[in-house]
Ligand binder design. Structure first.
Ligand code: 13P
Length: 286
C-alpha cells in the first residue's frame, strides 16, 4: 500500500486513548527494524527523520525506503519530518513524498511561530499532508537543536487553544517537562498542565523526548491525553551497544551484514517494548 498520513491514526489514538510511536530512524537498518516490529505487533508506525538525518541519508533515499517498506509490510507506515525549522526543506520533503511534517518554529515569538506554522499548513494541506507544530519549548539536545534547561518553556493551555485555532495545525507537541536526549534524573512531568491542555484542545497531542521517561509516567501521559510518543535516544543506545558488544569478541570483523545485526536485534527489542507501552498493537485499520 501507499505510505499513510498520520492524521486518521492519531485521531483514532485520541478517540481510544492510546499513542502511536514516532521512531527516529537513520538508515535502512533502523527503518527496517521499526517497520518489521510494527508489522509483528500489527501496529501503525511513524518513521521520523530530523533535518540532520535528511542531510546524512538524503531526502529521496529516505522517502523511497519508506515507500518500499509500505509496499512490503502490511501496516500503515507514515514518513514524518521531525523538528524542521527550514521552509525549503519542508517543501523538499513534501515533494519527495513524506506524509507528515513537523514544523518547529517554537523558538520564535508567538506571532512569528503562528505565521510560520500557517504557511507550512497551507503548503502541506494542499497536498493532503498533516502538520505537527510545537508550542512551548522542549529542552535538551537533538542533533543541532540544543535547548538548555533555562530556555525550556512549558506550554500555556490558553495559548495552545489560540495557536491551534489560528494555525489549523493537525497535532500539537507540548512541553510538560520532557527533554530530548539522556536525562540526569527522572524527569518531573507536569501532568496537571497536560490534563488542562487536553481538556481545552481537541487535536492529537505529542510527547517529545520520551526516551528515559519511566514507563509509569508514559502510561499516565497516555491516560491524560498524549497520542504520539517520540523516541530517538532510546533506540540509538541499543543499536550502538549491540555493535559495541559484537566488536568486543570479534574485533577483526569487517562485514557490516554481520556487525550491524546485534545492533538491529537490540533496537528491535526496545521497539517491541515501546509499542506495547504505547498501546498501539493490533490498532491497524485501513
Ligand atoms: P528522545 O531522543 O529524547 O527520545 O527524543 C526524541 C524526540 O522527541 C524526537 O522528536
Amino acid at each position: 500500500m501507499a505510505l499513510a498520513t498520520s492524521k486518521k491514526y492519531l485521531i483514532d489514538a485520541q478517540k481510544n486513548k492510546y499513542a502511536i510511536c514516532g521512531f527516529n530512524i537513520h538508515n535502512l537498518e533502523t527503518l527496517k527494524a521499526a517497520v518489521s516490529v510494527a508489522e509483528e505487533k500489527k501496529s501503525p508506525v511513524i518513521l521520523q527523520a530530523t533535518p540532520g538525518t535528511i542531510k546524512f541519508a538524503g531526502v529521496n533515499y529516505l522517502a523511497n525506503m519508506a515507500k518500499t517498506a509500505s509496499d512490503e509490510y502490511n501496516i500503515p507506515i507514515v514518513m514524518h519530518l521531525d523538528h524542521c525549522e527550514d521552509f525549503d526543506m519542508i517543501i523538499q520533503c513534501l515533494r519527495a513524498g513524506f506524509t507528515s511534517i513537523m514544523v518547529d518554529s517554537s523558538k520564535l515569538d508567538l506571532k512569528e511561530n503562528i505565521n510560520m506554522v500557517k504557511k507550512v499548513v497551507e503548503a502541506a494541506h494542499a497536498v493532503g499532508v498533516p502538520v505537527e507544530a510545537e508550542l512551548g519549548v522542549i529542552g535538551g539536545t537533538e542533533d543541532d537543536l540544543i535547548v538548555d534547561e533555562k530556555s525550556a518553556v512549558y506550554t500555556d493551555p490558553e495559548a495552545a487553544v489560540d495557536f491551534v485555532d489560528k494555525t489549523k495545525v493537525d497535532s500539537l507537541a507540548i512541553a510538560i517537562g520532557t527533554a530530548h536526549g539522556v536525562y540526569k534524573g527522572d524527569p518531573k512531568l507536569d501532568f496537571e498542565r497536560l490534563k488542562k491542555i487536553r481538556s481545552m484542545v481537541d487535536i492529537p497531542l505529542v510527547l517529545h523526548g520520551a526516551s528515559g521517561v519511566p514507563d509509569e509516567s508514559i502510561k499516565k501521559c497516555i491516560e491524560f491525553g498524549i497520542n504520539k510518543i517520540n523516541i530517538a535516544t532510546e533506540l540509538k543506545i541499543p543499536f550502538s551497544n549491540g555493535i559495541k558488544e559484537f566488536f568486543k569478541d570479534s574485533s577483526n570483523e569487517n562485514d557490516p551484514r554481520k556487525f550491524l545485526k546485534p545492533g538491529i536485534k537490540m533496537m528491535k527489542d526496545v521497539i517491541r517494548q515501546k509499542i506495547d507501552l504505547a498501546g498501539s498493537a493490533n490498532k491497524v485499520f485501513i
